[in-house]
Design a protein around this ligand. Structure first.
Ligand code: ADP
Ligand code: MG
Length: 445
């Protein structure tokens, strides 16, 4: 494009001044060539004739911006965004305006939105400028202080190699089978899965009442395949520094990628997308987007990583998590049934000196109790024997009576959860998402 192109258009317009498509080409050419004052005039003329022309609104906004009319530019840009007529470059423009107006936080948000829509808009000098202002206002750490290596070390020294296996988790035979089928077999026999054209990947989400062994099972999954276990709590991710949470998430995934085979476990994963109002979480959307990006393994491969997540409140989970290839396998972890409770009692009584115990009796008395409830009962019974043991100077075994006593004084902790869950299962059961809850409650077969 050159000036003769502009001059030709100018001449053509004197012949047919009402030709708006032609005038639009002219105005756009002016804008591109940096003749922004004239571009502004031309776009205004077009909008007088065709007030809803979107391209011209965008053009005028850019011209305003170029001519230093920041507020005018901002008003139209926001109008376009509010009317959902916007494009990524409008977000970028607002980011640039916000930066000029000394509001780096807003600049950061809009810049992120722009590049999450259109990656080609990534602009390192703009990002640096935003970051510089954030640092000046005490809202971000200087880049130089967050070198890759020390950040990786500081977040995750806690890669575990769990010793517990499936056998150490009572009951849950169906859940264990599903995990074996859906994640362990594919990771152990990738060639077979490839031969059947099955794609490996995506994560498994465990949900259910608290204390029923979700975390324990995730750990045991790693133990079962001798993989590294990385337990990510929400506090490992969320960072008060702008952009810090996204970086933490990326580092966490990189750690898992550097230590395959690994089980990457996100506990209370719903909190990643929860609505919050404090500053660090106004960026919740970005954190979720980063999480989905990492999960999708677009830029880096997630081969050899098994991604598990758990939540007690699946209804707060961002629906984007459930798309194919992400957490498309969602498993209900119910309170242990009778046989499972027998197993859980056995597991927790294994190293306890006992006398005359009838485990099946105990299991009958603990309907709806969680695994954690059962563990608490054993702990209470053991403690009740301590004073006596100390006095006599020898271990006094726990009896059936002690355990029954403890059961009597303990309330099942899962009931409250079901009271809430039932409502979601009945009234927000999208696509049968919570059918397992209804089945457990015998509301549905
Ligand atoms: N199925 C189970 N078998 C043995 N112990 C269990 C089981 N479920 C829960 N527990 C006990 O309860 C504790 C808490 O369980 P956890 O896995 O943290 O539950 P959740 O993650 O579902 O809230 C465990 O550390 C374990 O001691
Ligand atoms: Mg847990």
């Amino acid at each position: 494009m050159n000036n003769s192109y502009i001059e030709n258009l100018r001449t053509a317009l004197t012949v047919s001044p009402e030709n708006m498509p032609l005038r639009k080409m002219f105005a756009t050419a002016l804008l591109t060539e940096g003749v922004t004052n004239e571009a502004e005039i031309e776009f205004k003329k077009i909008l007088q004739a065709t007030p809803t022309d979107l391209d011209s609104k965008l053009g005028l906004t850019k011209a305003f911006f170029a001519n230093g009319k920041l507020s005018e530019a901002e008003i139209i840009a926001e109008e376009l965004i509010a009317a959902e007529q916007s494009s990524a470059d409008m977000y970028l423009l607002i980011a640039q305006i916000a930066l000029k107006k000394d509001n780096p936080h807003r600049a950061f948000e809009f810049y992120n939105t722009a590049i999450s829509i259109d990656k080609s808009l990534i602009d390192n000098s703009l990002a640096d400028a935003i970051n510089d202002q954030l640092v000046k206002q005490g809202l971000a750490k200087p880049i130089s202080t967050i070198s890759e290596t020390d950040e990786l070390d500081s977040i995750f020294t806690d890669i575990e190699k769990p010793k517990i296996k499936f056998a150490d988790v009572g009951g849950m035979s169906i859940v264990k089978e599903e995990i074996a089928l859906k994640v362990i077999h594919p990771i152990k026999n990738p060639q077979i899965y490839a031969a059947f054209g099955k794609k490996i990947g995506g994560g498994v989400l465990l949900y259910g009442p608290p204390g029923c062994g979700k975390t324990m099972l995730a750990r045991a999954t790693a133990g079962e395949i001798s993989a590294n276990f990385i337990n990510v709590g929400i506090n490992d991710v969320l960072d008060m520094w702008i952009g810090g949470s996204e970086k933490n998430l990326h580092d966490i995934f990189q750690t898992a990628r550097a230590s395959t085979p690994s089980v990457l476990f996100f506990d209370e994963v719903d909190a990643l997308g929860a609505n919050r109002s404090d500053l660090r979480n106004t960026n919740g959307r970005f954190v979720i987007n980063q999480f989905l990006d990492e999960l999708d393994g677009v830029r880096y491969s997630n081969d050899g990583i098994l991604i598990l997540a758990a939540t007690n409140t699946p209804w707060y989970l961002d629906p984007a998590f459930r798309r194919p290839g992400r957490f498309d396998r969602i498993i209900f972890v119910a309170p242990p049934d009778f046989n499972a409770r027998v197993e859980v009692f056995k597991i927790h009584l294994k190293s306890v000196p006992t006398e005359g115990i009838e485990i099946e009796d105990l299991a009958k008395l603990t309907d709806t109790f969680s695994g954690a409830d059962i563990k608490a009962i054993v702990d209470i019974a053991v403690e009740s024997k301590l004073p006596q043991s100390l006095k006599l100077g020898r271990v006094v075994p726990v009896t059936q009576f002690d355990l029954k006593q403890a059961i009597k004084n303990h309330r099942s902790t899962t009931k409250e959860w079901f009271a809430t869950a039932k409502n979601y299962a009945l009234y927000a059961n999208h696509g049968g998402l919570y059918d397992d809850i209804l089945k457990y409650l015998k509301i549905k077969n």
